[in-house]
Design a protein. Structure first.
Lengths: 220, 220
């Protein structure tokens, strides 16, 4: 019985995700959904990305259970920011397509090329909810350890792109990014894996190139 | 409607948690529920704890979505280990009281003083499910950042004990454990906060003392 209910919720979510996908396509917008454990560096990556894109007709939808701390960190970029706080709508541990649909009402879509969605920090539940995005991206930070793709496989299976973040900490912590990469590949052989440190800038160029080329492909 | 269903699930969970609590009391067992984000160091803490207790009539219930990797890490302690893999029962992102009830069937309760429960790595959902434990413990690792108690408040509100883990990384990462502690206290002024590094052993004595004294209090 519980499973039936869950399926209904997921079906309803999928329908709204399709509507979001259409809206992104009609407006030539690339939508990027960033997912990870708490503290894996999603906001830091966005901060560095908005710097590199120099605004670049981007907007951010910030998902958090509560607080506007992440939006405040990004406010200086002067890009449109919509904060979604799930505690005002039941305290969900993930974003759902309907929340993105509401957030899109707050944005002038014609003025945008890219929308970054920062999901709630959670390596499990967000992977179950399609938001209508073009690229699903997981971040796995080096301090979390190399075994995480094996222990939380759905996230790595669902994401086209896996970022190994906080690469600058790999050597000091004695962590092998190669082992993390091997474990991502065991779960998803087709995943594109990027190693980067938003702090030092190492590897950021490949990430920015990816976003730009995926935007161009979508609107070719 | 969704909220109603969730309430029914939580009520059912609470009833089974009460049964677990009774079973722990009847057998003079202290039950400890460890919760955190993925990779915050729950297994490493258990490893060091079992070393310090030298077995100590302890058992471990290992909660994971899948794999037996954590159980394998702890197998050398020769304490009873029960692995709960939630992907065999719907893929839940947290442990529920019913899973603990089933796991307890696998243990000889009369031979035990302490049961450690390692929850699924998730800073959100496990906090909603009482397992019948005596001590709810959250781990927050220094690389996750000081803002996490404010962004994921339920976990820190529900836990009697908050451990700031991976303390050895605070200085090299330029993270202020004092700020993390202040943020935990803002959410839960009564929380007992322990700073420790399971790797270096720093702070482990206070943690072990806490377990021993809570065991003695329960059975006084």
């Amino acid at each position: 019985m519980e499973i039936k209910i869950a399926k209904n919720i997921l079906n309803a979510n999928e329908n709204i995700a399709e509507e979001n996908r259409k809206l992104f396509a009609e407006n030539n917008i690339l939508a990027v959904n960033l997912m990870s454990s708490p503290g894996a560096g999603k906001t830091e990556l966005l901060d560095a990305t908005l710097d590199a894109l120099n605004g670049g007709r981007a907007a951010v939808i910030e998902g958090d259970i509560c607080t506007t701390l992440d939006s405040e960190r990004l406010a200086h970029h002067n890009v449109p920011l919509v904060q979604v706080n799930t505690d005002t709508i039941g305290g969900a541990c993930h974003l759902e397509a309907s929340m993105i649909q509401s957030a899109l009402d707050e944005l002038d879509l014609e003025s945008l090329d890219i929308i970054f969605i920062e999901n709630v920090g959670n390596l499990v539940c967000p992977a179950e909810f399609d938001l209508g995005e073009d690229i699903a991206v997981s971040l796995l930070s080096t301090p979390e350890g190399a075994d995480k793709p094996l222990k939380y496989p759905l996230m790595f299976k669902q994401c086209d792109v896996s970022i190994l973040s906080k690469l600058d900490l790999a050597a000091p912590l004695g962590i092998d990014p190669g082992e993390m990469e091997t474990n991502v590949k065991r779960i998803n052989p087709d995943a594109l894996i990027l190693r980067l440190s938003a702090k030092t800038g190492d590897g950021m160029d490949r990430w920015i190139d990816l976003i730009k080329s995926r935007f161009e492909e979508k609107n070719a």
